[in-house]
Design a protein around this ligand. Structure first.
Ligand code: FES
Length: 507
C-alpha cells in the first residue's frame, strides 16, 4: 500500500485493492470520504444498520495517518482529565473518560464479531516523569484521573531502561496493527454490500434540503448524508481556524539484548516520547515516537529522526533501525476533538477531526457518534464533541495564538521569499521556494539533476508551502495540505494539486 510520504511505515504491506464494482449514479444513503480508521469504521457501522454506503478514498485504504500511526490504544489522552475538568467541568470530563473505554470496546467488539486477526492485545501502560516539572504534571494527571474514576497507580519500577523520578501504571490499555484491522473492517463492509471507490477524489458538494450531490473525480454521487472522514474537512471552514496541523515521527528498532519492554510507555517531555513493541516478520521491534512539531515549522525534518534515534540509543541497546516514518495529526484549540455536524452546513454533512495524538481512539469513537447522529439524530457525546461548540474560555488564548501564527506564516512567507538568479544556485538534493518576477515557485532538484518546478501557493487559502526533506513533500504550514514533488495532493484540506510548471533533466 502507498502512504502520504516518501518513507515506509512498519504497517505498510503489499498493495491491496479494495475498490468494488460501483455504479456511482445509483442512490446511496451515505457517502464517507476518507479510507482511514474513521471512515472505514463509520461506514461499517452504518452499513450494519441497513444503510447503503460508499467509501470514497483519494488514494488507497490507509493512505493517510492510519498507515502512519503507532497504534497505541489508550483511554487516557493528550488532553488530560485534569485539563478537561478545568475547561469543561467534572461531568463532561467523566464523559470524556468514558469515551476512551467505549472506543476500545468498539474495537474489541469488531475483532470478535468479524474474527479479525490484527495483533490486538490488552496491556498496561506506564507514564513516567523524568524531572521535577514532569513530577508536578504527573501529580496533576493522577489527581484529575482519580476525579473522573480512571485508575492510575504509583509504582516504583517501570519496564523501560529510562531513569525516572516518579511513574504510574495504567491497567487495561492496548495496541494493535492498524492496517490489518481496517483491512478486515473493509472486507466486512464489502461482505455486507458496502461499496469502496479508491483513487476517487472528492471535489465539492452541493447540499439540498433532502439530499447532497457530491462531485468527485469519477462523477457525481447523490446521497442523503455525507461524512468527511478526511482528517480535516475540505473547503474553508471554521474548523481550519480551530485545529492546527502537527507532524510526529516514529522509528522501529531491533535491540541487541532482546530485552524488549512488553508494555506501553510515555514520558512527559514536551513533546513526549512514546514506546511500544510490534512483531515484524517473526521478530520483535521497538517502536518509539516523538519529536512532534507544527507542520512546516522544522527547517530540517530529517533532523527530527536523528534526534529521536539519538534519544532512543541513549536508553536502549539498539541494534538496527528498520523503519522511520512520520505522519500528521491535528491539535484542537480547546483540547477536545470535533465530531459531529460540519459547521456552516444544514443537517446532513458530518465530520471528525482534532484527535491530537489519540487518532485510533477518537477515529473509532467517531464511528459510534456519527452512526448515532445519522441513524437516530442524537448521540450522548454530541454536546461534548460538537464541532459547533463555543467555549469562550477554554482554548480562547490558544485560538488567538494559533491564528496569529497562521497569519504570521502567511505574511512572512509572502514577503521574505528569496529571489534567485539562476536554477544552478540549487544544489542536487536541495529544495527551495523562491520568487521570480511577480510569482513564487517551489523547486526540488533530485540528486540526478532532475528539476521539479511548481507554483508554491497552496490552492486551499493561498499560503506558501514549505519543504519537508524527510518525506520529500511540500507542506503547507497554515492548515496542513501536503503535496509530492510533482505537486500531487497528498493531504487536504485542499482538493487540488499545486500547479506544475515542469520536471526536466538538466544536461
Ligand atoms: Fe490552507 Fe494551505 S492548507 S492555505
Amino acid at each position: 500500500m502507498y502512504r502520504d510520504g516518501a518513507r515506509k511505515s512498519i504497517w505498510q504491506d503489499e498493495i491491496r485493492k479494495f475498490s468494488t464494482e460501483n455504479d456511482l449514479s445509483q442512490w446511496f444513503d451515505t457517502v464517507i470520504v476518507g479510507g482511514g480508521i474513521t471512515g472505514v469504521s463509520t461506514a461499517l457501522k452504518l452499513q450494519e444498520s441497513g444503510q447503503k454506503c460508499i467509501i470514497i478514498e483519494a488514494a488507497n485504504i490507509g493512505f493517510g495517518t492510519t498507515g502512519g500511526t503507532t497504534a497505541h490504544l489508550n483511554d487516557f489522552f493528550d488532553t488530560t482529565f485534569a485539563q478537561a475538568i478545568k475547561d469543561f467541568g467534572l461531568e463532561n470530563a467523566k464523559l470524556y473518560a468514558e469515551s476512551g473505554k467505549d472506543a476500545i470496546r468498539i474495537i474489541e467488539d469488531n475483532i470478535e464479531k468479524y474474527d479479525i486477526s490484527c495483533d490486538f492485545i490488552r496491556k498496561d501502560a506506564y507514564l513516567f516523569a523524568l524531572d521535577e516539572d514532569q513530577e508536578k504534571q504527573l501529580k496533576d494527571i493522577v489527581t484529575g484521573a482519580a476525579q473522573v474514576g480512571h485508575e492510575m497507580m504509583y509504582v516504583n519500577e517501570i519496564p523501560f531502561p529510562i531513569p525516572f523520578r516518579e511513574a504510574v501504571r495504567i491497567p487495561d490499555q492496548g495496541q494493535f496493527h492498524p492496517i490489518k484491522y481496517i483491512k478486515a473492517l473493509c472486507e466486512a463492509f464489502i461482505q455486507l454490500g458496502g461499496a469502496i471507490e479508491e483513487k476517487c477524489v472528492s471535489e465539492e458538494h452541493e447540499e439540498y434540503d433532502d439530499h447532497i450531490v457530491l462531485t468527485t473525480s469519477k462523477g457525481t454521487i447523490k446521497v442523503k448524508n455525507l461524512v468527511y472522514a478526511t482528517h480535516i474537512p475540505p473547503g474553508i471552514n471554521v474548523l481550519h481556524f480551530t485545529n492546527a496541523p502537527y507532524r510526529s515521527y516514529a522509528m522501529a528498532f531491533s535491540l541487541k539484548d532482546n530485552s524488549y519492554p512488553r508494555e506501553l510507555g510515555y514520558d512527559l517531555c514536551d513533546p513526549y516520547h512514546y514506546y511500544r513493541i510490534q512483531e515484524y516478520e517473526g521478530e520483535n521491534l521497538l517502536i518509539a515516537g516523538g519529536e512532534d512539531h507544527k507542520t512546516g515549522h522544522s527547517e530540517d525534518t530529517g533532523e527530527c529522526f536523528s534526534r529521536l534515534e539519538s534519544y532512543v540509543r541513549e536508553h536502549f541497546d539498539v541494534e538496527t533501525t528498520y523503519f522511520s516514518w512520520s505522519s500528521q495529526y491535528y491539535e484542537p484549540v480547546d483540547g477536545l476533538p470535533y465530531i459531529g455536524r460540519l459547521p456552516g452546513t444544514k443537517q446532513r454533512i458530518f465530520t471528525a477531526t482534532g484527535f491530537r495524538g489519540n487518532g485510533m481512539i477518537f477515529g473509532t469513537l467517531s464511528s459510534q457518534i456519527l452512526h448515532d447522529l445519522i441513524v437516530t439524530g442524537q448521540s450522548k457525546y454530541e454536546p461534548l464533541f460538537n464541532p459547533l461548540r463555543i467555549k469562550p474560555i477554554a482554548g480562547f488564548a490558544d485560538f488567538v495564538k494559533e491564528n496569529a501564527a497562521v497569519a504570521f506564516d502567511y505574511i512572512k512567507d509572502k514577503i521574505f521569499v528569496e529571489r534567485i538568479d539562476s536554477l544552478s544556485e540549487i544544489k542536487p538534493g536541495e529544495a527551495k521556494v523562491f520568487r521570480y518576477e511577480s510569482d513564487t515557485y517551489a523547486l526540488y532538484k533530485e540528486i540526478n539533476g532532475t528539476f521539479h518546478l511548481l507554483r508554491s501557493t497552496c490552492p486551499h487559502a493561498s499560503c506558501e508551502v514549505r519543504w519537508n526533506s524527510a518525506e520529500l513533500s511540500w507542506d503547507c504550514p497554515c492548515h496542513g495540505s501536503r503535496f509530492n514533488i510533482n505537486g500531487k495532493r497528498l493531504n487536504g484540506p485542499t482538493t487540488k494539486n499545486l500547479d506544475k510548471i515542469f520536471p526536466f533533466q538538466k544536461k
